[in-house]
Design a protein around this ligand. Structure first.
Ligand code: FES
Length: 264
């Protein structure tokens, strides 16, 4: 159930250039969260900027009733978020949207993440590992110092591979090349993807080519986060190819890749 709460900030720290990790005590909200969902965070008191910011949930500690959010500083709102201090009250609404799903019969999953899109895959890897899945994680970043969460994936026991654009860490090239190599070697039941649109499109094409189910989390600009402003629509199609438009905030952010129409 969606809650609007006042959480207590535990920390707000720089984890990579332009990337911050915000840990918040959220009480019973922690029990409701599914991997891939997001929250709306009120960035600052007063009217400016008056909108809340959608931030994906990086991980949850149900016992401690905390959640971790990772955000990238890309505009005025997220810049203001860097001023959030420990012990500060924070207005949070969530959990929102449809998260990732998995089947009991799946044995092996591959998670492909790029940039800030890596963040929500941590919660997914934790859940899949807790349910005895074999989990491969492929991470893409521009450079080694802009790579986030590698340690968290290693900690949960996922098999992690990294690709960087400049070759400063792991494979020198695109994470989608790592995916093609892996699929040539390992039998995979389910793909998951979150990251920049060009990467998501390529992962979707690779999934189609290999006849693999793939869930993609779309990063879309959002206003309200609750289906009211129509500011986040994406083009979709049903099994018969009939075109429709869905709201990323309430119908997604996670979609079956076959459902999404990526216009070139
Ligand atoms: Fe308002 Fe999706 S963000 S409808």
């Amino acid at each position: 159930m969606v809650q609007a709460i006042t959480g207590k900030v535990l920390s707000n720290e720089l984890v990579a250039p332009d990337f911050y990790k915000l840990d918040v005590f959220v009480g019973s909200m922690a029990e409701e969260i599914k991997p891939g969902q997001f929250v709306m965070v009120k960035v600052a008191s007063g009217l400016e900027p008056f909108l809340r910011r959608p931030i994906s949930i990086n991980s949850v500690n149900i016992k401690e009733r905390n959640l971790s959010l990772i955000y990238q500083v890309i505009g005025k709102g997220t810049k203001l978020m860097t001023n959030i201090k420990r012990d500060q009250n924070l207005e949070i609404m969530g959990p929102l949207g449809q998260g990732f799903t998995w089947k009991g019969t799946d044995k092996t999953a591959v998670l492909v993440g790029g940039g800030c899109g890596i963040a929500p895959l941590v919660a997914l890897a934790q859940e899949l590992k807790a349910n005895d899945k074999d989990v491969y994680v492929l991470l893409g970043a521009q450079t080694k110092d802009r790579l986030i969460c590698e340690r968290e994936f290693n900690k949960v026991g996922a098999k992690v591979q990294v690709a960087t654009d400049d070759g400063s860490w792991g494979f020198h090239g695109f994470v989608t090349e790592l995916l093609e190599r892996l699929l040539a070697q390992v039998k995979v039941d389910q793909l998951y993807c979150c990251g920049p649109l060009p990467m998501t499109k390529i992962v979707t094409r690779i999934a189609e080519k290999n006849s693999l189910p793939c869930q993609v989390s779309l990063e879309e600009r959002m206003g309200c986060g609750i289906g009211a402003c129509i500011g986040c629509v994406c083009k979709t199609q049903d099994h018969h190819g009939k075109i429709d438009y869905k709201k990323v905030c309430t119908d997604g952010p996670v979609f079956d890749s076959r459902e999404v129409v990526f216009d070139d």
